[in-house]
Design a protein around this ligand. Structure first.
Ligand code: HEM
Length: 124
C-alpha cells in the first residue's frame, strides 16, 4: 500500500537550518565544478546571493520565510545560461541534497521543481 507523507517538503529538507546547510553545499559544489565555477566566482556579493537562495528554497518548499530577491526570469535574463549549465547546476543540487542526507524520493521532488524552472533560466 502506498503511504502518503504528512510532512511538508520544507520539513523534509530540515527546515531553515537544513536548507541553509544544503545551500552551503550547493555553492561549494558550484565553486569546484569546472562547468560553472566562473559564473559563481564572478558574483560580487556571494553571501547576499546565498541568503537569497536560502530564502527561495525555504519559501518554495512551503516554509514561512519570504523571498526578497528577483524572480527567476529577471535574475537570469542576459546571462545566456546554456542547457549544459542548467543540467550541471541541477546535478550540483542533487549532490548537495544527497550529502545532506535527504532521501531519494524527496530529492526527486526537488528535481521536478527545479526542472520546471528551465524556461525562466535557459537562454533568457
Ligand atoms: C533551477 C535552477 C536555478 C535556480 C532555482 C536559481 C536560483 C537563483 C536565485 C534564487 C538567485 C538569487 C537572485 C537574487 O539575488 O535576487 C540566483 C542568482 C544567480 N544565478 Fe541562479 N538559479 C538557477 C540556475 C542557474 C544557472 C544554471 C546559472 C548559471 C550557471 C545560474 C547563475 C546565477 C548567478 C550568476 C546568480 C547571481 C546573480 C547576481 O549577481 O546577483 N543560476 N539564482
Amino acid at each position: 500500500m502506498q503511504t502518503v507523507s504528512a510532512t511538508t517538503l520544507y520539513e523534509r529538507l530540515g527546515s531553515h537550518d537544513g536548507i541553509a546547510r544544503i545551500t552551503r553545499e550547493l555553492i561549494k559544489n558550484h565553486l569546484s565544478n569546472p562547468l560553472v565555477k566562473t559564473r559563481y566566482e564572478n558574483i560580487k556579493d556571494l553571501e547576499r546571493v546565498e541568503q537569497r537562495v536560502v530564502e527561495f528554497f525555504c519559501a518554495g518548499a512551503g516554509g514561512p520565510e519570504s523571498y526578497s530577491g528577483q524572480d527567476m526570469l529577471a535574475t537570469h535574463r542576459g546571462m545566456n545560461v546554456s542547457e549544459q549549465e542548467f543540467i550541471t547546476v541541477i546535478d550540483d543540487a542533487m549532490d548537495a541534497l544527497e550529502k545532506c542526507g535527504v532521501e531519494p524520493s524527496t530529492r526527486t521532488e526537488v528535481l521536478a521543481i527545479l526542472w520546471s524552472l528551465k524556461s525562466d533560466v535557459i537562454r533568457v
